[in-house]
Design a binder for this molecule. Structure first.
Ligand SMILES: NC(=O)c1ccc[n+]([C@@H]2O[C@H](COP(=O)([O-])OP(=O)(O)OC[C@H]3O[C@@H](n4cnc5c(N)ncnc54)[C@H](O)[C@@H]3O)[C@@H](O)[C@H]2O)c1
Ligand SMILES: O=C(O)C[C@H](O)C(=O)O
Length: 288
């Protein structure tokens, strides 16, 4: 029997629960939210699908799950410019999350923004092996990148490393197309504003994140060992440590099975170093 726990069942957590149930990824889902009315409503709504999945709201059972999604906390509104601006609001939520996870032996997926810093914070507070903390965001950024590349007539592989935020690093060198710096910067700028277009229109991003989180859950539970852009706690990879950052990672049943260090061109290397320095600064908040 496989069990998924989700802390925070608002827009993204709720949709992730629904998709995981609808796709038959797990046998049991343990849901918890500090706001009781949303928790009850999400449970009822899931039950009304009639999908054959066990649903529990026993917070203590979360630590027995195979996989745990941290999706609780404050999301952006149009007034909140960057994901990093959510750090102070969500640090106490990350701390609470790490308390829920004492004794947990599965794989954690961090969704709550600023995701890279929170993934590092959870790893640090829980004191678990770094391979068991996966930060989610790179797959979504990569899907957005693929879309913008397509509009520019480029169909090569779309990978986005770096921060899940303003300092994201789209790997143009992997696409095989020579777009030039100006076009690169123009596409990057569109990517930086991509989610805000959705947040302005419907109050938050839902389908994109939930779909790719479900694919990540599947990669872990089925031990797919596939390469995905994920935020991982770094220990010298890409010349960085003291942070969690988007890198190409092989994902399987034990979490991050390996990190590949790809050759980057000069533009990408500079962006990656800037991303590392920026996220290291955010992560320092968890070192005190
Ligand atoms: N990494 C990504 O790609 C990605 C994508 C979308 C959203 N996000 C982030 O995910 C988070 C959730 O976004 P959302 O749109 O679902 O927000 P939401 O407001 O719809 O849901 C958040 C839920 O967390 C609950 N919550 C708050 N504090 C809690 C606590 N201490 N314990 C348990 N539950 C708690 C709230 O009651 C709420 O139901 C935000 O930080 C958002 O920025 C990240
Ligand atoms: O942009 C946000 O605040 C939400 C999320 O990180 C996203 O990329 O959709």
């Amino acid at each position: 029997m496989t069990s998924l726990a989700i802390l925070g069942v608002g827009k993204v957590g709720g949709e992730t629960a629904f998709l995981s149930a609808a796709l038959g990824l797990v046998d049991e889902i343990v849901l918890y939210d500090s706001y009781e009315p949303i928790l009850r409503a999400q449970v009822l709504d899931l039950q009304h699908t009639g999908i054959d999945v066990t649903i529990s709201t026993d917070a203590a059972a979360m630590r027995d799950a195979d996989i745990f999604v941290f999706a609780a906390g404050t999301p952006r509104t149009p007034e909140i410019k960057t994901r990093a601006d959510l750090l102070e609001a969500n640090i106490p939520v990350a701390r609470r999350c790490s308390e829920h996870l004492q004794g947990f032996s599965g794989v954690v997926i961090t969704v709550t923004n600023p995701m890279d810093a929170n993934n590092y914070g959870l790893w640090k507070m829980m004191g678990i092996d770094r391979q068991r903390c996966i930060g989610f965001g790179g797959q979504l950024d990569s899907a957005r990148f693929a879309r913008y590349l397509g509009e520019a007539g480029v169909s090569g592989p779309a990978w986005v490393l770096g921060e899940h935020g303003e300092h994201q690093v789209p790997l143009f060198s992997k696409t095989g197309a020579d777009l030039g710096t100006e076009k690169r910067e123009a596409i990057l700028s569109r990517m930086q504003g991509a989610s805000m277009e959705v947040i302005r229109g419907k109050g938050g991003t839902v389908f994109g994140p939930a779909y790719h989180i479900a694919m990540l859950i599947r990669a872990v539970l089925d031990d797919r060992r596939e390469m995905l852009a994920c935020s991982c706690v770094l220990d010298g990879e890409y010349g960085l440590s003291g942070c969690s950052l988007g890198v190409p990672a092989r994902i399987g049943r034990e979490g991050v099975l390996g990190i590949e260090e790809w050759d980057l061109d000069a533009w990408e290397e500079k962006k990656m170093a800037e991303a590392g320095a920026f996220v290291q600064g955010l992560c320092r908040r968890f070192d005190v």
